[in-house]
Design a protein around this ligand. Sequence first.
Ligand code: TEU
Length: 597
Amino acid sequence: MPSAQSRDDPPAWWTSAVVYQIYPRSFQDSDGDGIGDLRGVLQRIDHLAELGVDVVWFSPIYRSPQDDNGYDISDYREIDPLFGTLEDLDEVVAALHARGIRVVMDLVVNHTSDEHPWFLESRSSKDSDKRDWYWWRPAREGMEPGTRGAEPTNWGSYFSGPAWEFDEATGEYYLHLFSRKQPDLNWENPQVRAAVYDMMRWWLDRGIDGFRMDVINLISKSVGPDGRLSDAVVIDGRYGDNREHTVNGPRLHEFLQEMHREVFEGRRDTLLLVGETPGATVEDGRLFTDPSRRELDMIFTFEHVHLDHGPGGRFDLRPLDLRELKATMARWQTGLADVGWNSLYWENHDQPRSVSRFGADGAYRRESATMLATVLHLHRGTPYVYQGEELGMTNAHFRRLSDYRDIESLRFAAEARAHGTMTDAQLVDALAGGSRDNARTPVQWDASASAGFTSGEPWIAVNPNHVTVNAEAERADEASVFHHHRRLIALRHDDPVVQRGDFTLVAADHPHVYAFTRSGGGPTLFVAGNFSSQPQTVELAGVDADAELVIANHPGRPSITGGVLALRPWEAVVLRDARAARTGDHGRTDAAASGRE
Ligand code: TEU
């Protein structure tokens, strides 16, 4: 087994941990306003404890105008009244800690809200002390300020339209890579960095256990050059691609190392630091997560969730080629085998539901959701479960534009209509496939009118399939997606091979079966998942007919003849090499099984 993330001895606690993401707005409402809140979370602590997760990551709950559901923060040290109070949060943290669950906060510091006092001050005058805290630029040379094309660069924003907003009061533009209510902070200014670090220390002092850092690889940028039009982020190519100038900028690693020194030094062992890094390559991943560089513990790659994007991006999804998914995942597994560490995810609040996207959310919903979970959780890294994923929740399947709430979807729809790039029918299909709202419908707790989420009118429609797909039903069925997740999480806690064994892809060219082995530090594990509604076979060198069945999602044993495994539709199996057990060499030592504090 390689020395792992983990030149450290013993291995970091998070090598055996599983993280659960809560998107508070859609988790559980306690006061009937139709929006999830912190006291709602208190009602569901048992669910999290029963699942067995080690960490909860909260999407933003800070004070915010909610232009991007809290990813636009106007006060980093207050809770938005929608969600409750700081005292409520203290209670939630205490309740989770009492169950041995750590709490990670979302940290959104590439940008603030335009209603943050820092920005209000910055925009007040060109002479403001905080003018340089954001990116202000005059109109393009020779152009009339405020007219189309006069923006300082041609960059498009991630949410359609230009990345620059003209400000009448001072006659200049400010940069916003996301919405116009999310101005980008200027990390070149040391006062900005000091203020951010101060706020982060304040949260750690309050007892939280780490941060999920929103688009952290965008904080260092070269604001100036135009972007290429050919690779435009937006559909019709009217805006240039900013990414060459904003992703992995020149001072990124310097800033992260400074943050580490200023904020985490001396407290590191109990914390979890995960960076959201769209556009990061494996090589970038090694730099971010090499423990000796003192930056981050792990990052979220986007490569595997971009494989089914057509030229139009997330609103232009096409069927996934499983061979590409396997190759991409395997590249990260091997690329971070000797240094660094993987985060593992299919879902989060920005991605469609995995059972609808990579599985079959109709007749094979349970089978495909459990298969996807098995394959994910058996990789080397830290798995992330997004709320509802453990219930096999599906896409929203909205057929009306008026059902959508997400700013990205709404802006996209407005642009498509304004420019006539799609018919309404095409638009409905595009959003149904790719909208972030697919992941944001309320968690389905039971079969009652609003799925047990709220006694009021939910802020976004509850999926009608909650009458059959819900936590109560899942809990009652031992074979459910929920109980399957519970078993996968327990397996990771127990088995050092799952935690840190080497990953080897098997049958890379098989178009429908995802198979691999994990080996070293104990008996080898064979993992296989059928990504299709037809029976499939796969050759697994070394697997015996009497291999121990560790986890499966179909009843009975799978058939294994002469090293060939036959899989039923969407079947997943984890087999343990029985030979080691026969020779008494089970390989699990107490030291290897520890890895947690
Ligand atoms: O997301 C950043 C990101 O890179 C994308 O996945 C983004 O969601 C967008 O849809 C591109 O199509 C993070 C947050 O996770 C997201 O919710 C926020 O909207 C965004 O940053 C801005 O803070």
